[in-house]
Design a binder for this molecule. Structure first.
Ligand SMILES: Cc1cc2nc3c(=O)[nH]c(=O)nc-3n(C[C@H](O)[C@H](O)[C@H](O)COP(=O)(O)OP(=O)(O)OC[C@H]3O[C@@H](n4cnc5c(N)ncnc54)[C@H](O)[C@@H]3O)c2cc1C
Ligand code: FES
Length: 217
């Protein structure tokens, strides 16, 4: 069940171009890999959706790409600060697949460390824009890492059950049956505002309740 709580910041660590935000877990359920949380972004009216990256005992970790005011405020939090967190929300990945292969592009790798743990570390491929972004692969030991101009689609093997998260062109290139975590700007996170409605496969979906993980047609 989702829950709203004010959680203390344990610390924020630089991971290449990203920031790993570590929060005290409190009584919040970490949920399933691929589910997300709405995090209060200091100084902003609306919270921001983030996937759970890792859930070591008594903590929740989020990998943040500081691309705008909300994510920058989250990346600049300090030990001792506290923010409201609501979740877990949405539908995560179906873990009952026989031959999982995890595929991440850029900040789309955020939910994969938690997913890798749940699936006992299956093969994984991560793609990044630069070597500096690729430093985040330290959170996914054993993953194959490619950097532009090589794309994950250039090295994708056949015969696996793909579970992916990344930029839209990467998701569009995944095989039918792949489980894909999509993104859209979200205001509420629980189905009330329709701000996250996107057309996928000719149908309008509210990603916060019907996704973010959807099976590719
Ligand atoms: C389910 C879900 C999980 C996510 N998980 C993570 C995560 O683990 N780590 C992380 O860093 N980010 C994640 N994001 C994306 C993150 O929520 C946005 O980057 C953030 O809300 C942007 O807020 P901002 O104030 O920093 O920038 P804004 O000024 O709000 O946005 C900067 C730019 O990005 C665009 N934008 C904003 N949000 C999105 C979005 N969701 N999809 C596509 N474009 C967008 C805006 O239109 C604008 O051009 C996730 C998004 C969703 C929906
Ligand atoms: S974010 Fe409000 S309906 Fe999805």
């Amino acid at each position: 069940m989702p829950r709203r709580e004010r959680l203390s910041v344990v610390g924020v660590e630089r991971v290449g171009e990203y920031a790993l935000l570590r929060l005290v877990r409190g009584a919040i359920d970490p949920g399933l890999p691929g589910q997300f949380f709405m995090l209060e972004a200091p100084g902003r009216v609306l919270p921001r959706p983030l996937s759970l990256c890792l859930a070591p005992s008594s903590e929740l970790h989020f990998l943040v790409d500081p691309i705008g005011p909300g994510t920058t405020a989250l990346a600049e939090l300090e030990r001792g600060d506290a923010i409201h967190v609501y979740g877990p929300l949405g539908n995560g990945y179906d873990l009952t697949v026989p031959r999982p292969l995890l595929v991440g592009g850029g900040i789309g790798m955020a939910p994969l460390p938690y997913l890798a743990e749940a699936l006992r570390f299956p093969p994984a491929i991560l793609g990044f824009r630069t070597e500096r972004h690729a430093e985040a692969a330290v959170l996914m030991p054993g993953a194959e890492v490619v950097v532009d101009p090589v794309f994950v689609t250039d090295v994708l093997p056949h015969g696996y059950d793909v579970l992916a998260c990344g930029p839209e062109p990467m998701l569009q290139a995944m095989p039918a049956g792949a489980q894909l975590a999509w993104e859209a700007p979200m205001a509420c996170g629980y189905g009330a505002c329709y701000g996250c409605a996107v057309a996928i496969g000719g149908e309008l979906k509210r990603l916060c309740v019907e996704g973010p993980v959807l099976v590719a047609a």
